[in-house]
Ligand binder design. Structure first.
Ligand SMILES: *Cc1c(COP(=O)(O)O)cnc(C)c1O
Length: 412
């Protein structure tokens, strides 16, 4: 199936489910697990056998998504003690990589005692603290080597290559390598280098960054390199995908040049963005100084992604034809409409000045690409509106995972 056809099929499946919900069940998040599995399988198939795939849990830690991804990933990257405890409960045997700047002393002690597959060390002090636990650990040193600055400047969210709280400069990496040869550090097994330098890179820029990181890391003697995540997601085009086949081919060539290298990637957004949807209803439509505004149930306190990234969240309108009220039905007069939420702030915009001719109060709106950095990064408590419902759409042939809490529905 083409990406366009797959996107349309997913949208139809979700739209059908949304159409059957009563208005007061909105807003709602919908997670399309068949679509997630199909996408994850395609990503996996595009990667050469020698590349390990971890899912960066911070993109979306939802239990249903973590579980659905399990057959397609080698492990999970967790960035806090909270994520670590959560994934361990949901998937007790999955390999975990523990990263994140600012690990607390209590987190270091607890995770070191339990043991993880990989420990991503973010600073010299963290290496001392980890060694002081007396526990064994398999360590990757997180580096910020300042490579390929021209390439990285194009990234949507640069996390490295310049001044950054993430990872270590080459001098500190050198200090860690010296410490790791000292007696008090002999329980720590140095596995290699980790470098997550940027988000939003296309396949060509990802490969250029990977090549630079691998050349630098293997020059230090690293036998294992984790090149991070950050594969681009284009919110202006929901059917577009990062070019996984080209990326996989490039990584295969890279491995050919470094026989025996253990290479790992840990994408988040590019795995789960597409399977999530946020559905809601237009409460009111009004014209303000020659512009149309549609106010929807919910808003950026549920779906903060467009506000943080400054884009219009892609959406489809699900027209609702009945209007039960004796007063006139509000409708957009112009071709472009701003879809705003219920918050008393002008920043509560889900999609600004976008084409939605004739959009009416009572119509439903289905926002796409809400599966990553969406609900879990949103400021839920602001204004005390009710939280959305959560619906997991699954293939009836696949047994739904048990839901840990109320307010969730699994539909076949
Ligand atoms: C956020 C993060 C990722 C995932 O980034 P995406 O842009 O979601 O792919 C991977 N590794 C680290 C260390 C991160 O901080």
């Amino acid at each position: 199936m083409s990406a366009e056809a797959a996107e349309a099929a997913g949208r139809n499946r979700v739209a059908e489910h949304v159409a059957a919900l009563p208005a007061d069940a909105l807003p709602a998040y919908l997670y399309d697990l068949p679509a997630l599995r199909e996408h994850a399988a395609a990503v996996r198939a595009a990667l050469p056998a020698g590349v390990e795939l971890h899912y960066a849990v911070k993109a979306n830690p939802d239990t249903a998504l973590l579980t659905a991804l399990r057959p397609f990933v080698d492990g999970y990257e967790v960035s806090s003690g909270g994520e670590w405890a959560h994934v361990r409960t949901v998937l007790p045997t999955a390999p975990l990589a523990f990263g994140g700047p600012g690990k607390t002393p209590a987190e270091v002690a607890e995770v070191a005692a339990a043991g993880v597959h990989r420990w991503h060390v973010e600073s010299v002090q963290e290496l001392y603290r980890l060694a002081a636990t007396g526990r064994p650990a398999d360590v990757l040193l997180r580096a910020n080597p300042g490579l390929a600055a021209g390439r990285l400047a194009t990234a949507a969210l640069a996390m490295g290559g310049g001044p950054s709280p993430f990872g270590m400069d080459p001098d500190d990496i050198g200090e860690c390598l010296r410490l790791l040869r000292r007696p008090g550090f002999d329980r720590l097994r140095l596995r290699g280098i980790h470098a997550h330098l940027a988000s939003g890179l296309d396949a060509e820029d990802q490969l250029a960054t990977a090549e630079a990181v691998v050349a630098w890391a293997t020059g230090l003697g690293a036998a294992e390199v984790n090149i991070g995540g950050g594969m681009a997601v284009d919110y202006a085009d929901p059917a577009a995908r990062f070019d996984w086949p080209a990326f996989g081919t490039g990584l295969e060539k890279l491995l050919d040049r470094h026989p025996g290298l253990r290479l790992r990637i840990e994408p988040g957004r590019s795995l789960t963005a597409y399977c999530g949807w946020y559905a809601t209803e237009v409460l009111d439509v009004k014209r303000s100084h020659e512009e149309d505004f549609a106010v929807v149930r919910g808003g950026t306190h549920h779906l903060r992604t467009p506000a943080t990234r400054g884009h219009a969240q892609p959406f489809s309108v699900l027209p609702v034809d009945g209007w039960a009220h004796p007063w006139p039905r509000p409708a957009a007069a112009g071709a472009n409409v701003t879809l705003s939420g219920q918050l008393c702030t002008p920043k509560d915009v889900l999609a600004g000045r976008v084409p939605a001719p004739g959009l009416r109060a009572g119509d439903r709106v289905l926002f796409a690409m809400a599966g990553a950095y969406a609900w879990n990064i949103s400021h839920h408590a602001f204004l005390m509106h009710p939280q959305p419902g959560f619906h997991v759409l699954d293939d009836p042939a696949v047994r739904p995972a048990a839901r840990p809490s109320g307010g969730r529905v699994t539909a076949g």
